[in-house]
Ligand binder design. Sequence first.
Ligand code: HMN
Length: 293
Amino acid sequence: MKNLKGIFSALLVSFNEDGTINEKGLRQIIRHNIDKMKVDGLYVGGSTGENFMLSTEEKKEIFRIAKDEAKDQIALIAQVGSVNLKEAVELGKYATELGYDSLSAVTPFYYKFSFPEIKNFYETIIRETGNKMIVYSIPFLTGVNIGVNQFAELFENEKIIGVKFTAGDFYLLERLRKAFPNHLIYAGFDEMMLPASVLGIDGAIGSTFNVNGVRARQIFELAQQGKIKEALEIQNVTNDLIEGILGNGLYQTIKGLLEEEGVNAGYCREPMTKDLTPAQKQIVKELKAKFLS
Ligand code: HMN
């Protein structure tokens, strides 16, 4: 089994202008992550993969291409969560057959599901696929908050091996770390990686690692060595870059930065804005010159 700790890029997907998947571009993004960013793994089908705007067949296609390109070079996690449980199971079976090291699923969203319903959602995917599961908790987008006691209930299922914690609630993160020393906890906000690392996370999953993965690893490893001042200096530079990215359009700007690196990262998928304006493209050039040269 692959080591599931460390730095995971939340994989971006290259789309053509008409919204179809650009396979060649997607393969280039994967190679860039493996060869240049030296990530430990990829989180495929997440928010960053524009996943919730795609059809089931498109999601499968992305899982297939990512596994075919990465082979066994790095760890692969497939995000299969969907408010359509049947789709989540279908995707989970598909990714498991492809050899993904673990599944992950966002907490079911939109409807106000009860905790027993959420628990049943995870247990159904696990029962049907036999694979491991990482809970994807991202309350600011889903509105779903899971507390320590609820995590304890979920973790009673030994196939639920961890959580991707995309939240700024460091009290909850500290409580989770203390309560579950043997479960994997991944930080989900790249701009808060240092405080999360100090609290003892096992790894991080982030969109900006597609272009800033080397700095992300430095922050993580320096914090583990107790070199907080040095780690903070790199987090400061990282956050200057992230501030620039967030102010210019998150996924479009990361794609623009990849294009500057010679990677055909392509367009975003509507209803997201497909492309940057000329003024935004100029900002990408400035970010590239300042932070990635
Ligand atoms: C995913 O599901 O694609 C990522 O794991 C999500 C990840 O947590 C990112 N969150 C979102 O894009 C909503 C972060 O990397 C985020 O983009 C970054 O910290 C900038 O805010």
